[in-house]
Design a protein around this ligand. Structure first.
Ligand code: 26M
Length: 802
């Protein structure tokens, strides 16, 4: 069925009139957006219901991807693209005389995630639908998303993100699919008909209401589901909710996303959120499975549950609870099914991010779940002790020193544990999870992350997409491996020039944004150097900042020297409670203030720290990037995904050998990436022999002395406190992330970047080479491997070939 422009126009005008009683000329951009959204939803509705019916009729095995975070970005354009009607709709809108762009911009960007992990979940949802894999997402419908970031005097200030203020056209409330989730109280076991069943007292019941959003496959007529749960007071239970405080507790539950992606704090509300998602999600899965009229002992043949980091790891005991308490399976039956059904992805080796819940908290909030965890732990120890001895067994215990170690539970209760890049998986096996690897060697596997080129190339960079189409045709859109055909063009001057033109136009577009929003003028002919990711010490935005200071000092010392102009672009939110990260934001903003207003500097150096970085801004920045900063301390960044997005858009990578930078290096070759810094092995060696002395490096490097002194000598305005704290962290407290150690090599590799940029042809040859090698980082590949090797789920599109 192909949509005609004329037909669309008529339909759309009717929808606008029907919804608002207005003509398209009278309607506001938001109204026009909302009406278009409603139109798109009804357009997809047919496929949505057909997909669901098909899955049910064929009784296909289904995946449930549990994640506390999803970061889908604006959905209008991606839905239009995937439905194959983007061009027709855009043309129709413009024929009417409306501005398509302003309609697109009227959509809120749902920030229901912190960063990499949440965005990965959304890339995966797009790939799962596009590959025809029966699968749905399971998450929380936070009333407020990740805070919006403002800068006041260069300091981060957080503003609540009221994203649902004007409603959400994509969601469908499914009140009839609501389930009850029980919290608190006491539980004891009583005998009934020869079985032990739990008896609950004084529990509070909260209603979990699902809101479904269509996950539309790429031009394949397939529509999956993203189910987000919202907490409500159960209507029949008003007696328990007469007090204001009881009502508030319910409303609080799904009120706001926890904004910390690096530092775990054992907050009771967070625990409730996690259990709420797990219980609602698992109940809904079991209810669906029972509709199929198959024995519960065979559930693993129809259901795969994936837990995105440990945040939804309570799926494991909740699954056991439902099967034994409510469905009367034996422990052994439930446990065997559980392991077959569950799989787990680890996203971090940072110790401070590991979830460990105090026993007392679990007992108080989810007493029955705690009993089950105890039993899992008891059986684990009982079974492994004779096989592995005390030390190893103790190291793998779920319950230890008063806390429940969620990663341990996730590994023991599932059949697959995967890391998110080769190096990360190796470190998990050999260091962080070594005892588990000894115990369960076959459970461990790698699934290097990926990105969806649909959003990050086709939608974000239409001009590059068009250029690629002209060169190699359009098959790469369904078969990302075909991007390698571009390798045949690296010696074609015309192609390189066209690539340069595309990049320049994208840079101009971003420059307009910067001018309008920040009133900073940046020269599109300068190198656009981009670091976009959450602010964290291990990601070393500070190293980038020190490089900028170093360049600034060079310019000041020698104002007339010819130097390659560069614009340093940052986008980063800091967790509200992460003081050091906020101090680095203030530092970078202060450097920007200094540098951008110094007449000696002019266009040679500019610093732009965009406010409120998120998916929408990423879509604007990434196509405009020349340089991709991937400079985490080796071993610390599990994978990174902005590295892949930037590469696919033709940026050259400045990188340590960390996370998926290793795979990027392997594909593009050493000559097409700027590597520097310690290797992860060297980092581990320093840990072992404890010989790192940042002070020694500082004192023996005159450039470092000059650069670091600007933090404390008043050169940089208004950073008395921050400058001192940061200086001390580097010199006094031995520089936890080896910034000083890697500084000199970083500076020198950046000089190579400048040199290469003098030769545009050489530069764009490498740029095109990077684009040509970005195919393997398609999330479609990643998901194929998850589906084949972990979930054992087939695509509904047998002909598919990537
Ligand atoms: C934990 C407990 C309480 C509150 C919040 C959290 C929490 C939330 C998000 C902890 C970690 C969170 O995210 C971590 C994350 O984004 N990790 C990144 O995952 C990406 C996808 O695999 C990788 O590419 C990044 O390297 C990794 O840092």
């Amino acid at each position: 069925m192909t949509l005609q422009v004329e037909e669309f126009r008529k339909d759309y005008e009717r929808v606008v009139k029907g919804m608002y009683g207005l003509s398209v000329e009278e309607a506001s951009p938001f109204q026009l957006y909302n009406a278009l959204g409603a139109y798109v939803k009804s357009f997809a509705g047919e496929h949505w219901s057909r997909t669901k019916t098909e899955y049910e009729k064929k009784q296909v095995k289904q995946l449930y991807y549990f994640s506390m975070e999803f970061l889908p970005g604006r959905m209008l354009k991606s839905n239009l693209l995937n439905l194959g009607i983007l061009d027709v709709v855009r043309e129709g809108i413009e024929d009417i005389g409306l501005d398509f762009h302003s309609i697109v911009q009227a959509e809120e960007d749902p920030a229901l995630g912190n960063g990499g992990l949440g965005r990965l979940a959304s890339c995966f949802m797009d790939s799962i639908a596009s590959l025809g894999i029966p699968g749905s997402g399971s998450g929380i419908r936070y009333r407020y998303g990740l805070f919006q970031q403002r800068f006041i005097d260069g300091h981060q200030v957080e503003v609540p993100d009221n994203w649902l203020r004007n409603g959400n056209v994509w969601e469908v409330r499914k009140e009839n699919k609501a389930v009850n989730v029980r919290f608190g109280g006491q539980v004891y076991m009583a005998e009934q008909k020869g079985r032990l069943i739990p008896v609950y007292e004084n529990t509070r019941t909260i209603l979990a209401v699902p809101y479904d959003t269509a996950m539309i496959g790429y031009q394949n007529e397939l529509v999956n589901n993203l189910r987000l749960w919202s907490a409500e007071i159960p209507p029949e239970d008003y007696v328990h909710y007469s007090s204001i405080s009881a009502q508030q507790e319910v409303n609080q539950l799904t009120e706001v996303l926890y904004p910390d992606d690096s530092n775990y704090e054992g907050r009771i509300l967070r625990l409730r959120q996690e259990y709420f998602l797990c219980s609602a999600g698992i109940q809904s899965i079991v209810r669906y499975y029972k509709k199929l009229q198959l024995p519960l002992t065979m559930i693993a043949e129809k259901v795969a549950i994936h837990i995105n980091d440990t945040h939804p790891a309570l799926c494991i005991p909740e699954f056991i609870r439902i099967l034994i308490d409510e469905e009367q399976l034996t422990w052994e039956q439930a446990w065997e099914s559980c392991k077959k059904v569950m799989s787990y992805t680890n996203h971090t080796i940072m110790q401070e991010a590991m979830e460990k819940w105090p026993i007392e908290m679990l007992k108080a909030e989810v007493p029955r779940i705690y009993q089950i965890i105890e039993e899992i732990n008891r059986r684990h120890i009982e079974k492994k002790l004779p096989l592995y001895g005390e030390e190893l067994t103790y190291q793998t215990a779920i319950i230890r020193e008063g806390v429940v170690n969620m990663a341990h539970m996730a590994i023991i209760g599932s059949h697959s544990v995967n890391g998110v890049a080769q190096l990360h998986t190796t470190i998990l096996k050999n260091e962080v999870l070594k005892p588990f690897y000894e115990m369960y060697p076959t459970r461990f596997n790698n699934k290097t992350n990926g990105i969806t080129q649909r959003r990050w190339l086709q939608l974000a960079n239409e001009e590059l997409t068009q250029l690629i189409d002209e060169k190699i045709g359009t098959a790469w859109k369904k078969k990302p491996s075909e991007l390698t055909i571009l390798k045949g063009f690296v010696n074609e001057d015309e192609t390189l020039k066209q690539l340069e033109d595309v990049k320049l136009r994208n840079k101009k577009r971003f420059a307009r944004y910067v001018k309008e929003k920040m009133d900073i003028t940046i020269d599109p002919n300068a190198i656009f150097d981009v670091q976009i990711k959450r602010l964290h010490a291990y990601k070393r935005q500070l190293l980038n900042a020190l490089h900028i200071i170093s360049r600034y000092l060079e310019i000041k010392e020698n104002p007339n020297a010819a130097i390659q102009p560069r614009v340093f672009i940052f986008g980063a939110k800091a967790a509200p409670s992460y003081l050091y990260a906020k101090q680095i934001i203030k530092l970078i903003n202060a450097i920007a203030e200094l540098v951008n207003n110094d007449p000696d500097v002019g266009d040679k150096l500019k610093v732009v720290f965009v406010e409120n970085y998120g998916v929408t801004l990423a879509e604007l920045i990434i196509p405009a990037a020349d340089v991709s900063e991937q400079i985490s301390l080796a071993s610390k960044e599990a994978s990174g995904t902005s590295n892949m997005k930037l590469m696919a858009n033709g940026a050259l990578t400045v990188a340590t050998l960390d996370g998926a930078n290793v795979e990027i290096r392997n594909y593009v070759g050493e000559e097409n990436i700027f590597l520097f810094g310690l290797t992860s092995q060297e980092v581990y060696e320093y840990y072992e022999n404890g010989t790192y002395s940042s002070r020694q490096i500082f004192e023996s490097n005159p450039r470092l002395i000059k650069v670091l002194n600007t933090l404390i000598d008043g050169t940089i305005p208004d950073i008395q406190e921050e400058g001192r704290v940061i200086f001390d962290s580097l010199v006094q407290y031995n520089d936890e992330y080896f910034v000083l150690k890697d500084f000199e090599e970083y500076i020198s590799v950046q000089r190579e970047v400048d040199e290469l940029y003098q030769d545009k042809q050489a530069w764009y040859r490498k740029s095109l080479w990077n684009i040509a090698n970005s195919g393997p980082f398609s999330a479609d590949f990643t998901i194929m491997r998850y589906a084949d090797e972990i979930w054992k789920i087939d695509s509904q599109m047998p002909e598919i070939e990537l």
